[in-house]
Design a binder for this molecule. Sequence first.
Ligand SMILES: Cc1cc2nc3c(=O)[nH]c(=O)nc-3n(C[C@H](O)[C@H](O)[C@H](O)COP(=O)(O)O)c2cc1C
Length: 189
Amino acid sequence: MADRHDVAVLVGSLRRDSLSGRVAHALGVLAPPRLSLRVVPIGELALYSQDYDAAPPAPYVAFRDAIRAAAGVLFVTPEYNRSIPGGLKNALDVGSRPYGHSVFNGKPAAIVSQAPGAIGGFGANHVLRQSLAYLNMPVMQQPEAYLSHSDKLVDAAGNVTNDTTRDFLAGFMEAFAALIDRYAGRPGG
Ligand SMILES: Cc1cc2nc3c(=O)[nH]c(=O)nc-3n(C[C@H](O)[C@H](O)[C@H](O)COP(=O)(O)O)c2cc1C
């Protein structure tokens, strides 16, 4: 039997009732039982400054510990102005430092972008891939997940509203579990 894995979920939106949060909840329900998903909050992270490298604030320490303990990182994010929200970029910066001690190094990752609009956060999804390449995270290539019209796909309780999306998201999480299996036990994994 495959090992169980803890997955850190980084939600790119900070607002209450976020569609990204709903999608993250749905992914937790649909994931295979050997994955345990936990949202790691990013809203309390002060804007990154190298001055904090020597004396990190408590939320930095908690965030870095949570990522370090996870076998993989799942990003669920909206698109802000054709890029990723600043809070999510800040979380990447916080986790990447001090230099040489990035908690993201080698962690398998998967990205789900969502938008109520038609493009499904494609821009954010690929901007994020650029940073994850630099952070040396093996990012799941297929399937890709750009959830357009997301306000119609997941209800307020985080339930997926149609079978096609439910099957797609379940398959997405199964593929991510297989990627994590491959990297488990390696440095960073
Ligand atoms: C600052 C800001 C910028 C946005 N830029 C985009 C964008 O570039 N593309 C897009 O499809 N939607 C954009 N939107 C709309 C978001 O997709 C929509 O608000 C979405 O619900 C945000 O995700 P959330 O529900 O998880 O907070 C933007 C929203 C905000 C607040």
